[in-house]
Design a protein around this ligand. Structure first.
Ligand code: ADP
Ligand code: ZN
Length: 826
């Protein structure tokens, strides 16, 4: 559309909606502060025309004039005065009742201010796709438009649009109209003349039938119909657990595999409307167990807090297997009985199927599940059930924070230390921290649960800012596993994958019919592919990292950008033939296990084997049924699974991640180790953990060996205090990226000089320097870290730095990104 840039209408600063000190008013009456996602940087004022007075409320979608165009936005506040000079009237109200309640408005506004993100961007992330403004803008011909004599209309494009609309009964989306008419450049003129009008937006995405595949009864299969190739085998394995599934849930390439299987009569295919909730199956309800004394006192503290109906944050610090879930469930039951809603956040839904099932078993249809794996229709349906008060329990990953629970009384964040709560692109918010804020705004009880809390939450609990609920023992007096530290050999290929100790431990478990988990936080076959003649390793052309060899795919792959390439038999640098693999990944561990124990049933769980939505469940179900003897995997296997027959957990190489240039590196290694160890001995038989490391005297391992979480934390807190890192200091990262390295460096220099003027108020600047990951997806990355003892000062400095940079001195093609409270500094 070749229209002149719209005159900027009513602007006020993004972080100040209603100026506290009343400005000189120009107009009085009724005004709406509107956030327009298409122009997210500002909040605009519009007059509410008298015809619409009374029908506009905060949280409704409205249509507003914007230059020559109309845009949709959210009313965030009603005002009775506006300091803006010429306030235009809004043109339409799109909702009969607010779709965003006051608590979502308050929370998203806080997030916008705290994370220094435009409010419109936060709202766009918070609202499910089916309700997004402008998502499905459609137009329709008016009676006047139908009566027009097309030949007399000036402008070929306008004539084509009219013709296209005439041949199309009913509303048509702009995208489709553009396709049919070739262009929609003439549309504003037609809208202005009243020949075309915008059709009301559809209430949500329309149902779509999707291909569904089910297994033919194995007894009826003709012979010779077994799977061909790994994809077909994966499909059949997934179906063996489920019987039937949507093809789209089975992962990439499943469609072709299913069709091939169907053509041989192994499976049948049909079209079905997807269920609105893939976790919708309500499992058998299980009676609540008699609480242990510690569980009982935790629950009664929470119930007391709930009955006071005031904000009260708690850290539920319970060792692995201490029954934290039961505490959540009983506190939730009380909240529901008091007529209040519950929000339960979990790190990753595929890995927490168990908690979903437990919650569904206890609360049935009260539960709505929200997570990023849902289709927009599923998400919209779950969201609607919550908003209409049909479901009072919202369960999901970090974005479930925005569930429209009308009266939230209890907020639970399980595994609160988990890194996945921090969103690392777009609006870079932390869901745990935002959940605490939501609790304070809503007067809710907040429970952060973990066996290995984040240092931040631990420090808050020690300082008395959070109540501390402790579950120091496993239920039914089960003991914590014994932890043995075993030195890893230092050979060129990373030493032995299996030390004699681990080998013997696995032997013993297989003989006794017990199960083994093996953790190696590195997927693929070998992490380093190197030429022995010139010593050069294969590297990603787009990122500053090496390529990992994946034997199953037969490719060298980048784990950051997805780049892959077939392995070459000659070195690109020197032409040498002696290309070798170094180091070990999960694929190779699996191979070595199969070689060492040919009759053992070995499975692997990492991002490569869990492409499909149901794969996690399938692998864990097989463990639970006893169909797998040894499960090897990345950190995925360490999450909260309860697998009672696992009596040995082996950490193949505990040092992975220890030397990352990140202040949280040690904390993360410790937490992963403790989480993994927590999978051992959860049933009646005692458990063992074998930790292979090249640094057996590292304090993180020594503390983990003694199960001394507090000891480790006290030590680590001392270090953080010395260096001014969280929780004693606050960080914000200003990240500059661009294709052209020179320009990124120029931007970094500009940032350095702009930053120097700001470095006051105890805020210090580190850098600018290339980020540890200094190139990603073809973009160079330089960063400036702001650090200081006071969060607001750090954020103010970061904000003015970014504003200064964006206001002018930034070279072309360079983007500045701001990350408040970064989880890591990579
Ligand atoms: P955590 O999350 O603390 O690691 P879970 O919540 O998974 O522990 O509980 C561990 C196991 O103990 C589960 O199988 C759970 O059903 C069981 N459990 C929880 N509370 C009790 C109780 N009071 N009595 C008996 N078993 C319990
Ligand atoms: Zn890459």
């Amino acid at each position: 559309m070749n229209t002149p840039a719209p005159p900027t209408p009513s602007i006020i600063a993004p972080w100040t909606v209603a100026p506290a000190e009343a400005p000189p008013t120009v107009e009085e009456g009724s005004f709406a502060a509107v956030v327009v996602p298409a122009k997210p940087e500002r909040i605009f004022h519009y007059r509410v025309p008298s015809a619409l007075a009374g029908s506009v409320q905060p949280g409704m979608r409205v249509r507003v004039p914007f230059g020559p165009r109309s845009l949709d936005g959210y009313v965030v506040q009603l005002l009775d005065r506006s300091d803006v000079e010429t306030v235009k009237p809004l043109t339409a109200v799109l909702d009969a009742e607010p779709i965003l309640g006051p608590s979502i408005l308050a929370l998203t506004r806080w997030m916008a201010e705290y994370y220094l993100a435009p409010w419109g961007k936060v709202l766009a992330a918070a609202v499910p796709a089916g309700l997004k403004v402008g998502a499905e803008k459609r137009v329709i011909l008016t009676d006047a438009g139908r009566a027009v004599d097309e030949a007399g209309v000036r402008g070929a494009v306008q004539r084509r649009i009219l013709a296209a609309l005439r041949s199309h009964p009913g509303p048509i989306t702009l995208a489709r109209l553009a396709k049919r008419a070739g262009s929609i450049a003439g549309l504003p003129a037609l809208l202005d003349r009243g020949w075309v009008t915008e059709a009301p937006t559809a209430p949500g995405p329309t149902p779509r039938l999707r291909p569904y595949v089910s297994l033919v009864d194995a007894g009826l299969l003709p012979s010779g119909t077994g799977p061909r190739g790994p994809l077909q085998r994966a499909v059949l394995e997934a179906l063996a657990v489920r019987h039937g599934a949507f093809v789209s849930d089975l992962g990439l390439g499943a469609g072709a595999a299913c069709r091939a299987l169907a053509s041989r009569g192994v499976v049948t295919m049909s079209l079905r409307e997807p269920a609105c909730d893939p976790y919708g199956r309500v499992s058998e309800s299980t009676p609540a167990p008699v609480l242990t004394a510690d569980q009982g006192s935790a629950v009664s503290t929470l119930v007391d807090a709930l009955s006071r109906r005031r904000f009260a944050p708690y850290l539920l610090w319970g060792v692995t297997g201490s029954g934290k879930t039961e505490v959540y469930l009983q506190a939730m039951a009380s909240a529901l009985a008091m007529g209040r809603g519950c929000l339960l956040l979990v790190p990753e839904i595929g890995l927490t199927g168990q908690i979903v099932q437990q919650v569904r078993a206890r609360f049935g249809d009260e539960v709505a599940v929200l997570h990023s794996g849902l289709s927009s229709r599923e998400r919209f349906a779950a969201w609607t059930r919550i908003r209409r008060g049909q479901a009072h329990v919202a369960l999901g990953t970090r974005s479930a924070l925005w569930a429209p629970l009308p009266n939230v009384g209890l907020i639970v964040v399980d595994e609160e230390q988990d890194a996945s709560y921090k969103q690392e692109d777009g609006v870079r918010y932390h869901a745990r921290d935002s959940a605490v804020v939501l609790g304070s705004q809503a007067g809710a009880v907040v429970v952060l649960g973990s066996a290995t809390p984040s240092l931040e939450s631990y420090a808050n609990a020690v300082a008395g800012r959070y109540g501390l609920l402790r579950l120091p023992d496993r239920v039914e007096s089960r003991s914590l596993p014994t932890v043995r530290l075993v030195g890893l050999g230092a050979g060129p290929d990373g030493g032995d994958v299996l030390s004699p100790e681990l080998h013997a431990g696995i032997d013993a478990r297989l003989v006794r019919g017990e199960q083994v988990l093996l953790l190696l936080n590195r997927r693929g076959y070998a992490p380093v592919v190197v030429c022995r003649d010139c010593g050069v390793a294969a590297r990603c052309p787009q990122c500053s990292v090496g390529l990992t060899y994946h034997r199953e795919r037969g490719k060298l792959c980048c784990h950051y950008c997805g780049f892959s390439i077939a392995p070459k038999d000659r070195c690109e640098g020197c032409g040498g033939h002696r290309i070798t693999l170094r180091g070990v990944g999960t694929e190779q561990v699996e191979e070595r296990l199969r070689a060492a124990w040919p009759s053992a049933r070995v499975a692997r769980m990492d991002r490569d084997t869990t492409q499909s939505r149901l794969a996690h469940d399938g692998l864990l179900d097989a463990m639970r049924r006893g169909d797998t003897d040894i499960l090897v995997g990345t950190q995925m296997i360490a999450k909260g699974h309860d697998l009672p027959n696992v009596t040995l957990v082996g950490i193949i190489n505990a040092d992975v991640g220890l030397s990352l240039p990140d202040f949280r590196a040690t904390e993360r290694v410790f937490q992963l180790l403790a989480q993994a160890a927590g999978r051992s001995g959860r049933g009646e038989r005692p458990g063992e953990v074998i930790v292979q490391t090249r640094r057996p005297t590292h304090e993180a391992f020594l503390f983990a060996q003694r199960h001394d979480v507090a000891g480790f934390y006290e030590q680590e807190l001392l270090r953080r205090r010395e260096l001014g890192y969280p929780p004693y200091g606050r960080l914000a990262i200003v990240l500059m990226t661009g294709i052209d390295e020179r320009r990124v460096i120029d931007a970094a220099a500009a940032a350095a000089s702009a930053g120097a003027e700001l470095a006051a108020d105890g805020v210090s600047l580190l850098g600018p320097a290339p980020a540890p990951l200094w190139r990603l997806k073809g973009r160079h990355r330089w960063q400036l870290i702001l650090k200081g003892p006071r969060g607001p000062a750090v954020r103010d400095a970061a904000h003015s730095l970014v504003t200064t940079l964006r206001a002018g001195r930034l070279p072309r093609g360079v983007t500045v990104d701001l990350n408040v409270d970064p989880h890591h500094v990579l």
